[in-house]
Design a protein around this ligand. Structure first.
Ligand code: MG
Length: 392
């Protein structure tokens, strides 16, 4: 794959899907072996629009972002989204009190009926004001991602415990980087980004990661997940399922939860995502797809329609080219130039800006070795531009 280091500007007047009608399509470095998109590529899909929620206060929970899946929003009926986490399943036997989900000690862990993989999770929890117990015995619960990776919930306010077991730890694996806990009786907020390990044919191709903010303070920073968490035992790395529930722990302490939601995250490049640094195979597959999409379209059999098709097909060569697609552009461009040559000078003057646009596109492609320097329609446009002093 050839790499074109030159910055380039290719100004196309047709309207791309959702993009403004004018301005450069390519603006920065072009697609290369590991990036299917150019830098500042106007064809790159826009991010999904999400209406943000509101922040929680001690007095009341905030609202989730517009695309969040609410797992517990304060209604009694939300308990139906949960079930007992034991093998037999059955109803979740925790309590909904004053809009909060409260552990019923000795009733067992609960889990969501819904299962999901990589996600952003928001959970709020609070400890009983009447402090009892110490270390792991004080206000212990847990948020288990995919049901198997515990982000510890503990009353870690003035309460010593082993570092990899405090609030905000990945239990038994990573101690939190800070202890920003509020006193018992106040609400604590967890914001978690979870990426499960990805295996292919039994081989790890992308580790799992977890990032945790505790009350807005970074506690885990893209911490590598070794495997499921457990008590006293070193975690064993191995394949994760694609999806799992969110599980909350009954450790015998009446911890309360509220405002629990998640948002699924898009796939990483290692599982077919197309943002970021891709393998050369994945990059070329995506570049072919982008080129294919650019060439699709209902181009009308009019001067404008043919112009649009020429520019679009020329642009597609940046992502993917072969002899056939170059020949297509050559025949479209030849027809276009022949049309210009047939015009009287005053008619040609009316076409000046449009013709300059085609000229710029072909010139750019030739300069970047996408088209041969000897590309005939480009040479003819050079000549027309020179004759009419368009290059001035
Ligand atoms: Mg726990």
């Amino acid at each position: 794959m050839k790499f074109y280091p030159t910055l380039f500007v290719l100004s196309l007047a047709f309207t791309l899907k959702g993009a403004p009608a004018d301005g450069p399509v390519f603006y920065g470095d072009p697609p290369d072996d590991h990036h299917p998109w150019a830098v500042h590529d106007r064809n790159r899909p826009q991010p999904k629009v999400v209406t943000p929620g509101t922040s929680s206060t001690q007095e009341q929970p905030g609202t989730p972002p517009s695309d969040a899946v609410v797992l517990f929003g304060g209604a009694e009926s939300d308990l139906a989204k949960w079930q007992s986490a034991n093998e037999r399943g059955g109803p979740a036997k925790w309590n909904v009190k004053d809009g909060n989900l409260v552990v019923e000690p000795k009733s067992g862990d609960i889990r969501t009926k819904e299962e999901f993989g990589d996600c952003q999770v928001h959970v709020e929890w609070t400890e009983p004001k009447d402090v009892s117990g110490s270390s792991q015995g004080r206000g212990n619960s847990g948020v288990f991602l995919m049901g198997i990776v515990e982000i510890q919930v503990l009353d870690s306010f003035n309460n010593w415990t082993y570092a990899d077991g405090g609030a905000g730890s990945v239990y038994g694996q990573h101690e939190p980087m800070a202890n920003p806990l509020r006193p018992p009786g106040q609400w604590q907020f967890y914001d978690i980004i979870f990426r499960r390990p990805i295996y292919r044919n039994g081989e790890l191709i992308d580790p799992g990661y977890v990032t945790v903010f505790v009350n807005g303070v970074a506690a885990q920073d893209h911490a590598v997940l070794e495997g499921p968490t457990g008590h006293m035992k070193r975690s064993q790395a191995g394949p994760f399922p694609e999806k799992g529930p969110l599980r909350l722990q009954d450790h015998g302490n009446p911890v309360s939860f509220r405002n629990i939601w998640y948002r699924p995250l898009p796939p990483r490049p290692s599982e077919g995502g197309t943002d970021g640094w891709l393998s050369s195979e994945a990059t070329m597959a995506k570049r072919k797809q982008i080129a294919g999409e650019l060439r699709q379209g209902d181009f009308q059999d009019t001067d404008q329609g043919r112009l649009q098709q020429l520019l679009r097909y020329a642009e597609a060569l940046e992502y993917d080219k072969d002899d056939a697609s170059i020949q297509q552009v050559e025949s479209m461009a030849t027809r276009y130039v022949d049309g210009l040559k047939a015009l009287q000078t005053d008619q040609l003057t009316l076409k000046k800006e449009e013709a300059k646009q085609v000229h710029r596109a072909l010139d750019f492609l030739a300069k970047n070795n996408v088209l041969p320097e000897s590309f005939a329609p480009k040479k003819e446009l050079d000549q027309i531009a020179k004759e009419h002093h368009w290059d001035k």
